[in-house]
Design a protein around this ligand. Sequence first.
Ligand code: ATP
Ligand code: PRP
Ligand code: NIO
Length: 481
Amino acid sequence: MQHESRNIGMLMDLYEMTMAHGYFDKFENTDLVCFDVFFRKNPDEAGFSIFAGLEQIIDYIEHLHFDEEDVEYFRSLHLFSDAFLEYLKNFSFKGDIYSFPEGAVIYPNEPVMTIVAPLIDAQIVETAVLAMMNHQSLIATKANRIVRSAQGRGVSDFGARRAHNVDAAVYGARASYIGGVDSTATVLAGQMFNIPVSGTMAHSWVMYHDSEYEAFKSYAEIYPTNSVFLVDTYDVLNSGVPNAIKVAKDILEPQGQRLKGVRLDSGDLAYLAKRARRMLDAAGMEDCKIIASNSLDEYTIESLLRQGGPIDAFGVGERMITAKSDPVFGAVYKIAGVRKQGVWEPRIKVSESVEKITNPGLKKVYRVYSSSGKAIAELITLNTETPDGSQPYRYIDPEKPWKVLNFENCTFKEMQQLVVKSGKRTQPSPSLQEVRDFVNHQLKHEIWEEEQRFVNPHKHYLDMSPAYYKMKMNLLHHVEN
Ligand SMILES: Nc1ncnc2c1ncn2[C@@H]1O[C@H](COP(=O)(O)OP(=O)(O)OP(=O)(O)O)[C@@H](O)[C@H]1O
Ligand SMILES: O=P(O)(O)OC[C@H]1O[C@H](OP(=O)(O)OP(=O)(O)O)[C@H](O)[C@@H]1O
Ligand SMILES: O=C(O)c1cccnc1
Protein backbone atom coordinates (compact mmCIF):
# COMPACT_ATOMS: atom_id res chain seq x y z
CA MET A 1 0.00 0.00 0.00
CA GLN A 2 1.10 3.53 -0.68
CA HIS A 3 0.96 4.40 3.00
CA GLU A 4 3.34 1.56 3.73
CA SER A 5 5.96 2.42 1.12
CA ARG A 6 6.04 6.19 1.62
CA ASN A 7 9.46 7.80 1.77
CA ILE A 8 10.09 8.69 5.36
CA GLY A 9 13.79 9.13 4.69
CA MET A 10 13.65 12.64 6.11
CA LEU A 11 12.65 11.28 9.53
CA MET A 12 15.99 11.77 11.23
CA ASP A 13 17.63 14.03 13.74
CA LEU A 14 19.68 16.78 12.16
CA TYR A 15 22.87 15.57 13.78
CA GLU A 16 22.68 12.32 11.82
CA MET A 17 22.96 14.31 8.59
CA THR A 18 25.63 16.70 9.87
CA MET A 19 27.71 13.71 10.99
CA ALA A 20 27.06 11.96 7.65
CA HIS A 21 28.30 15.08 5.88
CA GLY A 22 31.41 15.06 8.08
CA TYR A 23 32.08 11.40 7.29
CA PHE A 24 31.59 12.16 3.59
CA ASP A 25 34.17 14.94 3.71
CA LYS A 26 36.75 13.20 5.85
CA PHE A 27 36.50 9.45 5.25
CA GLU A 28 35.93 6.94 2.51
CA ASN A 29 32.41 5.55 2.82
CA THR A 30 33.88 2.11 2.19
CA ASP A 31 34.62 1.41 5.83
CA LEU A 32 31.88 -0.59 7.45
CA VAL A 33 30.47 0.00 10.89
CA CYS A 34 28.30 -2.12 13.10
CA PHE A 35 25.50 -0.63 15.24
CA ASP A 36 23.47 -2.61 17.75
CA VAL A 37 19.87 -1.83 18.64
CA PHE A 38 19.07 -2.84 22.19
CA PHE A 39 16.93 -1.67 25.09
CA ARG A 40 17.83 -1.39 28.75
CA LYS A 41 14.64 -2.05 30.72
CA ASN A 42 11.35 -3.85 30.21
CA PRO A 43 8.35 -1.54 30.56
CA ASP A 44 6.22 -2.04 33.70
CA GLU A 45 9.10 -3.88 35.44
CA ALA A 46 8.13 -6.89 33.34
CA GLY A 47 10.19 -10.02 32.79
CA PHE A 48 10.46 -9.63 29.02
CA SER A 49 9.24 -7.60 26.05
CA ILE A 50 7.90 -8.37 22.59
CA PHE A 51 9.77 -7.15 19.51
CA ALA A 52 7.58 -5.46 16.89
CA GLY A 53 8.00 -3.02 14.03
CA LEU A 54 10.55 -4.98 11.98
CA GLU A 55 8.35 -5.10 8.89
CA GLN A 56 8.07 -1.31 8.77
CA ILE A 57 11.81 -0.96 9.38
CA ILE A 58 12.65 -3.20 6.43
CA ASP A 59 10.14 -1.36 4.26
CA TYR A 60 11.72 1.97 5.26
CA ILE A 61 15.24 0.68 4.55
CA GLU A 62 14.27 -0.66 1.11
CA HIS A 63 12.67 2.62 0.08
CA LEU A 64 15.10 5.03 1.70
CA HIS A 65 16.06 7.83 -0.73
CA PHE A 66 16.06 11.60 -0.99
CA ASP A 67 13.83 13.38 -3.47
CA GLU A 68 14.81 16.59 -5.22
CA GLU A 69 12.76 18.58 -2.71
CA ASP A 70 14.47 16.85 0.21
CA VAL A 71 17.89 17.75 -1.18
CA GLU A 72 16.74 21.33 -1.74
CA TYR A 73 15.58 21.50 1.84
CA PHE A 74 19.01 20.35 3.03
CA ARG A 75 20.59 22.95 0.72
CA SER A 76 18.47 25.66 2.34
CA LEU A 77 20.02 24.87 5.74
CA HIS A 78 23.43 26.09 4.48
CA LEU A 79 25.19 23.25 6.29
CA PHE A 80 26.13 20.89 3.48
CA SER A 81 28.53 20.99 0.54
CA ASP A 82 27.29 20.73 -3.04
CA ALA A 83 29.22 17.49 -3.45
CA PHE A 84 27.41 15.96 -0.47
CA LEU A 85 24.02 17.16 -1.70
CA GLU A 86 24.76 15.59 -5.11
CA TYR A 87 25.71 12.36 -3.34
CA LEU A 88 22.37 12.35 -1.48
CA LYS A 89 20.45 12.46 -4.76
CA ASN A 90 21.61 8.94 -5.57
CA PHE A 91 21.67 7.60 -2.05
CA SER A 92 20.24 4.22 -1.19
CA PHE A 93 20.91 2.04 1.84
CA LYS A 94 23.57 -0.51 0.95
CA GLY A 95 24.12 -2.33 4.24
CA ASP A 96 22.99 -5.53 5.90
CA ILE A 97 20.65 -5.97 8.85
CA TYR A 98 20.64 -8.91 11.21
CA SER A 99 17.60 -9.10 13.42
CA PHE A 100 15.53 -11.14 15.84
CA PRO A 101 12.32 -12.16 14.07
CA GLU A 102 9.34 -9.89 14.59
CA GLY A 103 7.26 -11.15 17.52
CA ALA A 104 10.30 -12.52 19.34
CA VAL A 105 10.45 -12.32 23.10
CA ILE A 106 13.35 -9.97 23.80
CA TYR A 107 15.36 -9.08 26.88
CA PRO A 108 17.28 -6.00 28.01
CA ASN A 109 20.82 -5.41 26.75
CA GLU A 110 20.87 -7.99 23.99
CA PRO A 111 21.31 -6.80 20.40
CA VAL A 112 17.84 -7.20 18.94
CA MET A 113 19.01 -5.81 15.61
CA THR A 114 22.49 -5.24 14.22
CA ILE A 115 23.12 -2.92 11.31
CA VAL A 116 26.32 -3.58 9.38
CA ALA A 117 26.67 -0.89 6.77
CA PRO A 118 28.85 1.84 5.31
CA LEU A 119 29.30 4.61 7.84
CA ILE A 120 26.88 7.13 6.32
CA ASP A 121 24.18 4.55 5.67
CA ALA A 122 24.31 3.25 9.22
CA GLN A 123 24.35 6.71 10.77
CA ILE A 124 21.33 8.22 9.08
CA VAL A 125 18.82 5.46 9.85
CA GLU A 126 19.16 5.65 13.64
CA THR A 127 16.11 7.72 14.50
CA ALA A 128 13.67 6.11 12.10
CA VAL A 129 14.69 2.58 13.10
CA LEU A 130 14.38 3.41 16.79
CA ALA A 131 11.07 5.23 16.40
CA MET A 132 9.48 2.26 14.65
CA MET A 133 10.91 -0.35 16.96
CA ASN A 134 10.24 1.62 20.13
CA HIS A 135 6.63 2.36 19.34
CA GLN A 136 5.49 -1.02 18.13
CA SER A 137 7.50 -2.99 20.70
CA LEU A 138 6.01 -0.84 23.45
CA ILE A 139 2.43 -1.43 22.32
CA ALA A 140 2.91 -5.12 21.48
CA THR A 141 4.43 -5.65 24.93
CA LYS A 142 1.61 -3.79 26.68
CA ALA A 143 -1.09 -5.51 24.63
CA ASN A 144 0.43 -8.88 25.41
CA ARG A 145 0.21 -8.14 29.15
CA ILE A 146 -3.42 -7.11 28.76
CA VAL A 147 -4.22 -10.23 26.75
CA ARG A 148 -2.55 -12.46 29.34
CA SER A 149 -4.47 -10.77 32.13
CA ALA A 150 -7.71 -11.67 30.34
CA GLN A 151 -6.86 -15.38 30.67
CA GLY A 152 -8.25 -16.52 27.36
CA ARG A 153 -11.14 -14.08 27.16
CA GLY A 154 -11.32 -11.91 24.05
CA VAL A 155 -9.65 -8.51 23.89
CA SER A 156 -10.41 -5.92 21.23
CA ASP A 157 -8.40 -2.78 20.49
CA PHE A 158 -10.63 0.30 21.02
CA GLY A 159 -7.74 2.74 21.11
CA ALA A 160 -7.62 4.82 17.91
CA ARG A 161 -9.41 7.85 19.31
CA ARG A 162 -7.03 8.17 22.24
CA ALA A 163 -3.87 7.33 20.31
CA HIS A 164 -1.17 9.94 19.85
CA ASN A 165 -2.40 10.71 16.35
CA VAL A 166 -2.96 8.65 13.25
CA ASP A 167 0.25 6.61 12.94
CA ALA A 168 0.07 5.65 16.59
CA ALA A 169 -3.51 4.45 16.08
CA VAL A 170 -2.75 2.40 12.99
CA TYR A 171 0.64 0.94 13.91
CA GLY A 172 -0.55 0.62 17.49
CA ALA A 173 -3.39 -1.56 16.24
CA ARG A 174 -0.88 -3.64 14.28
CA ALA A 175 1.37 -3.99 17.31
CA SER A 176 -1.50 -4.85 19.63
CA TYR A 177 -2.59 -7.58 17.22
CA ILE A 178 0.95 -8.98 17.34
CA GLY A 179 0.67 -8.80 21.13
CA GLY A 180 -2.42 -10.99 20.97
CA VAL A 181 -5.60 -8.92 20.81
CA ASP A 182 -8.25 -10.66 18.73
CA SER A 183 -9.53 -7.71 16.76
CA THR A 184 -9.42 -3.98 16.32
CA ALA A 185 -12.14 -1.38 16.02
CA THR A 186 -9.81 0.64 13.77
CA VAL A 187 -10.97 0.20 10.20
CA LEU A 188 -7.83 1.61 8.56
CA ALA A 189 -5.70 -0.91 10.44
CA GLY A 190 -8.06 -3.69 9.44
CA GLN A 191 -7.78 -2.66 5.81
CA MET A 192 -4.01 -2.13 5.81
CA PHE A 193 -2.96 -5.18 7.79
CA ASN A 194 -5.83 -7.61 7.38
CA ILE A 195 -6.61 -7.56 11.11
CA PRO A 196 -10.14 -8.75 12.00
CA VAL A 197 -12.35 -5.74 12.77
CA SER A 198 -15.14 -5.69 15.32
CA GLY A 199 -17.35 -3.21 17.11
CA THR A 200 -20.45 -2.61 19.17
CA MET A 201 -22.32 0.72 19.32
CA ALA A 202 -21.73 4.14 20.87
CA HIS A 203 -23.85 6.11 23.35
CA SER A 204 -24.81 8.40 20.46
CA TRP A 205 -26.82 5.59 18.84
CA VAL A 206 -28.78 5.06 22.02
CA MET A 207 -29.20 8.79 22.69
CA TYR A 208 -30.30 9.64 19.15
CA HIS A 209 -33.30 7.35 19.42
CA ASP A 210 -36.38 8.37 21.39
CA SER A 211 -35.87 5.50 23.80
CA GLU A 212 -33.26 2.90 24.66
CA TYR A 213 -35.72 0.17 23.62
CA GLU A 214 -36.13 1.80 20.18
CA ALA A 215 -32.35 2.09 19.82
CA PHE A 216 -31.74 -1.60 20.52
CA LYS A 217 -34.71 -2.62 18.39
CA SER A 218 -33.62 -0.74 15.30
CA TYR A 219 -30.06 -2.07 15.65
CA ALA A 220 -31.34 -5.63 16.01
CA GLU A 221 -33.46 -5.19 12.89
CA ILE A 222 -30.39 -4.27 10.83
CA TYR A 223 -27.91 -6.68 12.43
CA PRO A 224 -29.94 -9.63 13.70
CA THR A 225 -26.93 -11.94 13.83
CA ASN A 226 -24.43 -9.49 15.18
CA SER A 227 -25.91 -7.22 17.85
CA VAL A 228 -24.07 -6.08 20.96
CA PHE A 229 -26.06 -3.47 22.89
CA LEU A 230 -24.41 -0.77 24.97
CA VAL A 231 -26.44 -0.95 28.17
CA ASP A 232 -25.07 1.82 30.39
CA THR A 233 -26.45 4.98 28.81
CA TYR A 234 -29.21 5.43 31.40
CA ASP A 235 -29.24 2.74 34.06
CA VAL A 236 -27.60 -0.64 33.47
CA LEU A 237 -29.73 -2.77 35.76
CA ASN A 238 -33.07 -0.96 35.63
CA SER A 239 -33.12 -0.03 31.97
CA GLY A 240 -30.18 -1.22 29.82
CA VAL A 241 -30.21 -4.94 30.54
CA PRO A 242 -34.04 -5.21 30.75
CA ASN A 243 -34.35 -3.44 27.37
CA ALA A 244 -31.68 -5.70 25.85
CA ILE A 245 -33.60 -8.76 27.06
CA LYS A 246 -36.88 -7.35 25.77
CA VAL A 247 -35.48 -6.69 22.29
CA ALA A 248 -33.94 -10.16 22.22
CA LYS A 249 -37.37 -11.64 23.01
CA ASP A 250 -39.42 -9.29 20.79
CA ILE A 251 -37.19 -9.09 17.71
CA LEU A 252 -34.36 -11.62 17.65
CA GLU A 253 -35.68 -14.84 19.13
CA PRO A 254 -38.85 -14.93 16.95
CA GLN A 255 -36.44 -14.94 13.97
CA GLY A 256 -34.42 -17.75 15.50
CA GLN A 257 -31.56 -15.36 16.35
CA ARG A 258 -29.78 -14.74 19.65
CA LEU A 259 -28.50 -11.55 21.20
CA LYS A 260 -24.74 -11.70 20.89
CA GLY A 261 -23.81 -9.49 23.79
CA VAL A 262 -24.17 -6.46 26.00
CA ARG A 263 -21.44 -3.94 26.73
CA LEU A 264 -20.83 -2.31 30.09
CA ASP A 265 -18.85 0.94 29.88
CA SER A 266 -19.08 2.57 33.31
CA GLY A 267 -19.65 1.98 36.98
CA ASP A 268 -18.49 -1.01 38.99
CA LEU A 269 -17.91 -3.43 36.17
CA ALA A 270 -17.58 -6.55 38.36
CA TYR A 271 -20.77 -5.85 40.28
CA LEU A 272 -22.74 -4.87 37.19
CA ALA A 273 -21.49 -7.89 35.26
CA LYS A 274 -22.60 -10.23 38.04
CA ARG A 275 -26.06 -8.69 38.21
CA ALA A 276 -26.41 -8.55 34.43
CA ARG A 277 -25.32 -12.18 34.14
CA ARG A 278 -28.02 -13.26 36.56
CA MET A 279 -30.68 -11.31 34.69
CA LEU A 280 -29.60 -12.67 31.30
CA ASP A 281 -29.41 -16.24 32.58
CA ALA A 282 -32.84 -15.95 34.18
CA ALA A 283 -34.15 -14.94 30.75
CA GLY A 284 -32.61 -18.04 29.15
CA MET A 285 -29.85 -15.99 27.53
CA GLU A 286 -26.83 -17.87 28.89
CA ASP A 287 -25.09 -17.48 25.54
CA CYS A 288 -25.32 -13.66 25.60
CA LYS A 289 -21.80 -12.38 26.23
CA ILE A 290 -20.87 -9.58 28.62
CA ILE A 291 -18.28 -7.19 27.25
CA ALA A 292 -16.61 -4.60 29.46
CA SER A 293 -14.79 -1.40 28.57
CA ASN A 294 -13.75 1.85 30.29
CA SER A 295 -10.09 2.65 30.90
CA LEU A 296 -9.09 -0.97 31.29
CA ASP A 297 -5.60 -2.38 31.45
CA GLU A 298 -3.94 -5.55 32.75
CA TYR A 299 -4.31 -4.45 36.37
CA THR A 300 -8.03 -3.60 36.22
CA ILE A 301 -8.77 -6.72 34.16
CA GLU A 302 -6.92 -8.91 36.69
CA SER A 303 -8.86 -7.25 39.47
CA LEU A 304 -12.22 -7.66 37.75
CA LEU A 305 -11.57 -11.35 37.21
CA ARG A 306 -10.35 -11.78 40.77
CA GLN A 307 -13.65 -10.28 41.92
CA GLY A 308 -15.43 -12.96 39.92
CA GLY A 309 -16.80 -10.56 37.32
CA PRO A 310 -18.43 -12.80 34.71
CA ILE A 311 -16.99 -10.83 31.80
CA ASP A 312 -16.45 -12.63 28.50
CA ALA A 313 -14.50 -10.03 26.55
CA PHE A 314 -12.82 -6.67 27.00
CA GLY A 315 -12.59 -3.56 24.83
CA VAL A 316 -9.35 -1.76 25.65
CA GLY A 317 -8.38 1.67 24.41
CA GLU A 318 -6.38 4.46 25.98
CA ARG A 319 -4.25 2.53 28.43
CA MET A 320 -3.13 0.07 25.75
CA ILE A 321 -2.67 2.36 22.76
CA THR A 322 -0.59 4.80 24.82
CA ALA A 323 1.01 2.17 27.10
CA LYS A 324 -0.06 4.59 29.78
CA SER A 325 1.56 2.98 32.81
CA ASP A 326 5.10 3.12 31.35
CA PRO A 327 5.03 4.82 27.99
CA VAL A 328 8.66 4.73 26.83
CA PHE A 329 10.39 1.77 25.24
CA GLY A 330 13.97 2.86 25.52
CA ALA A 331 15.71 1.06 22.66
CA VAL A 332 18.98 2.74 21.70
CA TYR A 333 21.34 2.55 18.74
CA LYS A 334 25.00 2.19 19.64
CA ILE A 335 28.11 1.71 17.56
CA ALA A 336 29.78 -1.60 18.45
CA GLY A 337 32.49 -1.98 15.81
CA VAL A 338 34.36 -0.36 12.94
CA ARG A 339 35.98 -2.18 10.02
CA LYS A 340 39.13 -0.48 8.82
CA GLN A 341 41.13 -1.93 5.94
CA GLY A 342 39.12 -5.11 6.25
CA VAL A 343 39.76 -5.61 9.98
CA TRP A 344 36.98 -5.23 12.56
CA GLU A 345 37.84 -3.23 15.67
CA PRO A 346 35.39 -3.37 18.58
CA ARG A 347 34.13 -0.15 20.14
CA ILE A 348 32.77 0.22 23.69
CA LYS A 349 30.92 3.05 25.37
CA VAL A 350 32.13 3.39 28.93
CA SER A 351 29.84 5.01 31.43
CA GLU A 352 29.67 5.81 35.10
CA SER A 353 26.72 3.48 35.41
CA VAL A 354 27.49 -0.18 34.73
CA GLU A 355 24.17 -0.68 32.91
CA LYS A 356 25.18 1.88 30.32
CA ILE A 357 28.46 0.19 29.33
CA THR A 358 27.80 -1.28 25.89
CA ASN A 359 28.58 -4.76 24.61
CA PRO A 360 31.32 -4.24 22.04
CA GLY A 361 32.18 -5.84 18.75
CA LEU A 362 30.57 -8.11 16.22
CA LYS A 363 28.79 -10.75 18.20
CA LYS A 364 26.22 -13.48 18.10
CA VAL A 365 23.33 -13.88 20.48
CA TYR A 366 21.94 -17.29 21.30
CA ARG A 367 18.89 -18.29 23.29
CA VAL A 368 19.76 -21.20 25.54
CA TYR A 369 17.08 -23.87 25.98
CA SER A 370 16.95 -26.54 28.68
CA SER A 371 16.06 -30.12 27.74
CA SER A 372 12.41 -29.29 28.60
CA GLY A 373 12.42 -26.67 25.85
CA LYS A 374 12.32 -23.67 28.19
CA ALA A 375 14.48 -20.63 27.46
CA ILE A 376 16.81 -20.35 30.43
CA ALA A 377 19.21 -17.60 29.38
CA GLU A 378 20.65 -15.53 26.55
CA LEU A 379 24.26 -16.05 25.58
CA ILE A 380 26.45 -13.50 23.82
CA THR A 381 29.48 -14.90 22.02
CA LEU A 382 32.11 -13.65 19.64
CA ASN A 383 30.97 -13.64 16.05
CA THR A 384 33.29 -16.55 15.32
CA GLU A 385 31.97 -18.89 18.03
CA THR A 386 29.38 -21.64 17.77
CA PRO A 387 28.49 -23.09 21.16
CA ASP A 388 28.39 -26.85 21.36
CA GLY A 389 25.49 -28.25 23.38
CA SER A 390 26.70 -31.85 23.26
CA GLN A 391 28.93 -31.32 26.29
CA PRO A 392 28.84 -28.98 29.30
CA TYR A 393 29.31 -25.43 28.05
CA ARG A 394 31.29 -23.10 30.26
CA TYR A 395 29.84 -19.56 30.42
CA ILE A 396 30.21 -16.36 32.39
CA ASP A 397 27.43 -14.55 34.21
CA PRO A 398 28.77 -10.97 33.95
CA GLU A 399 27.05 -10.08 37.22
CA LYS A 400 28.97 -12.88 39.01
CA PRO A 401 32.03 -13.45 36.84
CA TRP A 402 33.88 -15.35 39.57
CA LYS A 403 31.44 -18.26 39.47
CA VAL A 404 32.23 -21.40 37.49
CA LEU A 405 29.06 -22.10 35.55
CA ASN A 406 28.11 -24.60 32.84
CA PHE A 407 25.09 -25.17 30.63
CA GLU A 408 24.36 -28.88 30.55
CA ASN A 409 22.00 -30.71 28.19
CA CYS A 410 21.12 -27.42 26.56
CA THR A 411 20.51 -26.35 23.00
CA PHE A 412 21.46 -22.99 21.53
CA LYS A 413 19.38 -21.06 19.02
CA GLU A 414 20.97 -18.21 17.14
CA MET A 415 18.51 -15.33 17.43
CA GLN A 416 19.56 -12.88 14.73
CA GLN A 417 18.90 -13.65 11.09
CA LEU A 418 20.05 -11.76 8.02
CA VAL A 419 16.87 -9.86 7.08
CA VAL A 420 18.38 -7.20 4.78
CA LYS A 421 21.31 -7.86 2.45
CA SER A 422 22.81 -4.96 0.52
CA GLY A 423 19.70 -2.90 1.20
CA LYS A 424 17.16 -5.53 0.10
CA ARG A 425 15.02 -7.86 2.15
CA THR A 426 16.26 -11.44 2.10
CA GLN A 427 12.95 -13.22 2.56
CA PRO A 428 9.25 -12.55 2.09
CA SER A 429 7.58 -11.01 5.13
CA PRO A 430 5.67 -13.36 7.40
CA SER A 431 1.95 -12.68 7.70
CA LEU A 432 0.80 -10.78 10.77
CA GLN A 433 -1.03 -13.92 11.81
CA GLU A 434 2.25 -15.86 11.74
CA VAL A 435 3.94 -13.19 13.83
CA ARG A 436 1.11 -13.31 16.36
CA ASP A 437 1.18 -17.12 16.46
CA PHE A 438 4.92 -16.95 17.06
CA VAL A 439 4.38 -14.72 20.11
CA ASN A 440 1.82 -17.14 21.42
CA HIS A 441 4.01 -20.18 20.78
CA GLN A 442 6.94 -18.72 22.71
CA LEU A 443 4.82 -17.80 25.70
CA LYS A 444 3.12 -21.16 25.78
CA HIS A 445 6.16 -23.38 25.29
CA GLU A 446 9.40 -21.48 25.85
CA ILE A 447 9.10 -18.69 28.39
CA TRP A 448 9.01 -19.61 32.08
CA GLU A 449 5.79 -18.71 33.87
CA GLU A 450 8.02 -17.10 36.49
CA GLU A 451 9.09 -14.56 33.86
CA GLN A 452 5.50 -13.94 32.84
CA ARG A 453 4.09 -12.86 36.20
CA PHE A 454 3.43 -9.14 36.64
CA VAL A 455 4.87 -8.75 40.14
CA ASN A 456 8.61 -9.35 40.65
CA PRO A 457 9.09 -11.56 37.61
CA HIS A 458 12.18 -13.73 37.38
CA LYS A 459 15.06 -11.87 35.73
CA HIS A 460 16.25 -13.63 32.58
CA TYR A 461 20.03 -14.11 32.52
CA LEU A 462 22.21 -12.49 29.90
CA ASP A 463 25.40 -14.54 29.89
CA MET A 464 28.61 -14.40 27.90
CA SER A 465 31.02 -16.89 26.44
CA PRO A 466 34.40 -16.78 28.20
CA ALA A 467 36.05 -15.47 25.02
CA TYR A 468 33.49 -12.68 24.60
CA TYR A 469 33.72 -11.69 28.27
CA LYS A 470 37.51 -11.61 28.02
CA MET A 471 37.41 -9.42 24.92
CA LYS A 472 35.01 -7.00 26.65
CA MET A 473 37.11 -6.82 29.81
CA ASN A 474 40.32 -6.31 27.82
CA LEU A 475 38.72 -3.51 25.92
CA LEU A 476 37.35 -1.88 29.07
CA HIS A 477 40.75 -2.10 30.70
CA HIS A 478 42.39 -0.64 27.62
CA VAL A 479 39.88 2.23 27.38
CA GLU A 480 40.10 3.07 31.07
CA ASN A 481 43.84 3.35 31.00
N1 ATP B 1 -15.04 -3.61 40.12
C1 ATP B 1 -14.00 -2.90 39.70
N2 ATP B 1 -12.79 -3.16 40.19
C2 ATP B 1 -11.71 -2.47 39.77
N3 ATP B 1 -11.78 -1.49 38.89
C3 ATP B 1 -12.96 -1.19 38.34
C4 ATP B 1 -14.13 -1.87 38.73
N4 ATP B 1 -15.15 -1.36 38.02
C5 ATP B 1 -14.66 -0.39 37.24
N5 ATP B 1 -13.34 -0.28 37.43
C6 ATP B 1 -12.40 0.67 36.79
O1 ATP B 1 -12.46 1.85 37.56
C7 ATP B 1 -12.33 2.99 36.72
C8 ATP B 1 -13.61 3.81 36.90
O2 ATP B 1 -13.43 4.96 36.22
P1 ATP B 1 -14.47 6.11 36.21
O3 ATP B 1 -14.77 6.53 37.60
O4 ATP B 1 -14.00 7.10 35.21
O5 ATP B 1 -15.72 5.34 35.62
P2 ATP B 1 -17.16 5.78 35.59
O6 ATP B 1 -17.37 7.04 36.29
O7 ATP B 1 -17.95 4.62 36.07
O8 ATP B 1 -17.39 5.91 34.02
P3 ATP B 1 -17.26 7.18 33.07
O9 ATP B 1 -16.72 8.35 33.84
O10 ATP B 1 -16.33 6.71 31.98
O11 ATP B 1 -18.65 7.37 32.59
C9 ATP B 1 -12.15 2.47 35.31
O12 ATP B 1 -10.77 2.36 35.02
C10 ATP B 1 -12.78 1.09 35.38
O13 ATP B 1 -12.23 0.20 34.41
O1 PRP C 1 -11.77 3.75 27.85
P1 PRP C 1 -10.91 3.16 26.75
O2 PRP C 1 -10.11 1.99 27.23
O3 PRP C 1 -10.11 4.19 26.04
O4 PRP C 1 -11.91 2.49 25.67
C1 PRP C 1 -12.48 3.19 24.63
C2 PRP C 1 -13.58 4.08 25.12
O5 PRP C 1 -14.00 4.80 24.00
C3 PRP C 1 -15.40 4.90 24.06
O6 PRP C 1 -15.73 5.94 24.90
P2 PRP C 1 -16.06 7.41 24.42
O7 PRP C 1 -15.02 7.97 23.51
O8 PRP C 1 -17.43 7.41 23.88
O9 PRP C 1 -15.99 8.17 25.76
P3 PRP C 1 -16.49 7.81 27.21
O10 PRP C 1 -15.24 7.65 28.03
O11 PRP C 1 -17.31 8.98 27.63
O12 PRP C 1 -17.31 6.56 27.14
C4 PRP C 1 -15.82 3.58 24.66
O13 PRP C 1 -17.10 3.65 25.16
C5 PRP C 1 -14.77 3.31 25.68
O14 PRP C 1 -15.15 3.78 26.94
O1 NIO D 1 -16.97 -0.79 19.03
C1 NIO D 1 -16.94 -0.26 20.14
O2 NIO D 1 -17.71 -0.57 21.06
C2 NIO D 1 -15.93 0.81 20.42
C3 NIO D 1 -14.97 1.14 19.52
C4 NIO D 1 -14.05 2.12 19.80
C5 NIO D 1 -14.09 2.76 21.00
N1 NIO D 1 -15.03 2.44 21.89
C6 NIO D 1 -15.94 1.48 21.62
